[in-house]
Design a protein around this ligand. Structure first.
Ligand code: SF4
Length: 405
């Protein structure tokens, strides 16, 4: 087990009701059983459990992410108490850099909040899916009204008070990459954390290669831009293609603590079905490490890059893609024994990035090496005889039937 992000679900409800939200709208209603807010009385136990974990698994960086629901629904005193209690960790682990971040939808931001962020050095990320058209398509309130105008007020406040805006943006292929990139760059010239929408094989509905073409369009705009924002999605892929061991920050494994203290794997897996991330483990009775005793915990924390569908094992770019994110592999029929729903899109993008780098620095490449051909890779994978391969890897198959406890 080696995670370095602890996601605290400080509020289990949200003032928005985004239609793609894995917390509320992708088939898991277990949030209804959660207390609305995390109690301040839980903070010392959380700090103790972090200490137990870090003693065994020292980390260079450790991030506490305040999350929800909407984390600005909880009283500010929670954050102050947490920061005070957490000073114990700084003393105990002087070689670890502790960071705080909060992931907000931005609607409730006020100067009081930005003052708090400055006071206890919380790095805010704000969710904005590009233009008003793209954003309001999914990010709506409980009456179905778009939230863009309110979020932009929050964006402007962050700019005024903190001097920067860090945007998290779920890609929306119904808006062009050009319009999306230029719009977000105007808003956040420093840092745009693009995320692929969370679909399983049961909910995925994009046309083949639609996301791949969109991503290539976005990448070309970015790579040719003289003043590039940091886009961790592209940095991470480029680093991996170049063989760097440095992980993209958005790929760090995260462990979740729910408002009642339950310990869970990453919440995007809620999209796999009702109570999918539930473990029956709680900070009052368990340590974080206990999670790996469960099939889902073991898959998520230990084996997600190695226990792959047979097609992935045979894939020429498996060392870069690593089978994609877990939620994107899932299908009710056969669990995680699938390539990513974005498989072809990833092959297209990775080939494009590699070919672009070869063009940019031709002197570094042997001219006998030909460029990657995405269609060739896709065709090759589609013609594999899976029955033979499945036989070869039979021993791993039971592994994929991970289901909620
Ligand atoms: S590109 Fe497709 S086949 Fe290859 S590792 Fe990724 S998901 Fe698997």
């Amino acid at each position: 087990m080696n995670f370095n992000q602890l996601v605290l679900k400080v509020a289990s409800r949200c003032n928005l009701n985004c239609s793609y939200c894995f917390m509320y709208n992708l088939g898991d209603s277990s949030y209804r059983n959660q207390p609305k807010f995390m109690k301040e009385s839980m903070i010392p136990t959380i700090i103790d459990k972090v200490s137990v974990y870090l003693k065994k698994h020292p980390q260079e960086f450790f991030t506490i992410v305040f999350h929800g629901g909407e984390p600005l629904l909880i009283d500010q005193s929670f954050y102050r108490t947490f920061a005070t209690e957490a000073t114990k960790l700084y003393k105990e682990f002087p070689n670890t850099v502790f960071e705080y971040s909060v992931q907000t939808n931005g609607v409730l931001l006020t100067k009081e909040w930005t003052d708090l962020f400055k006071e206890i050095r919380i790095f805010p990320g704000i969710s904005l899916d590009g233009t008003k058209k793209a954003h309001d398509m999914y990010r709506v309130d409980h009456k179905g009204n778009g939230s863009y105008d309110d979020v932009i007020k929050g964006v402007n406040l962050l700019k005024e008070e903190l001097g920067f805006v860090s945007v998290i943006s779920v890609m929306n292929i119904e808006e062009t990459p050009e319009v999306t990139y230029n719009h977000l760059k105007k808003i956040s010239s420093d840092y745009i954390n693009f995320l692929l929408p969370d679909f399983t094989h049961d909910s995925f509905s994009y046309a083949p290669k639609a996301m791949g073409n969109w991503l290539i369009g976005l990448y070309d705009l970015w790579i040719n831009d003289t003043k590039k924002p940091v886009i961790p999605f592209f940095h991470g892929l480029t680093n991996t293609i170049l063989g760097s061991k440095k992980r993209a920050r958005n790929e760090a494994h995260a462990l979740v603590i729910e408002t009642n203290g339950d310990i869970e794997a990453i919440d995007s897996l809620k999209g796999c079905g009702e109570s999918f991330t539930k473990t029956n483990m709680n900070i009052n009775t368990h340590n974080f490490e206990d999670l790996v005793a469960l099939p889902l915990g073991k898959l998520y924390f230990q084996d997600s890059n190695t226990k792959l569908a047979t097609k992935c094992i045979e894939c020429p770019i498996v060392s870069i893609c690593k089978g994609g994110r877990l939620v994107h592999r899932y299908k009710k029929e056969n669990g995680f024994n699938n390539p990513s729903v974005y498989c072809e899109d990833i092959i297209m993008l990775v080939s494009h990035i590699q070919n672009t780098m070869m063009e940019m620095i031709p002197s570094m490449y042997d001219e006998t090496i030909s460029k990657m051909d995405a269609n060739e890779i896709i065709d090759y994978l589609n013609t594999l005889d899976m029955s033979i391969i499945e036989e070869t890897y039979k021993k791993d198959l039971e592994f994929f039937s991970v289901q909620p406890v």
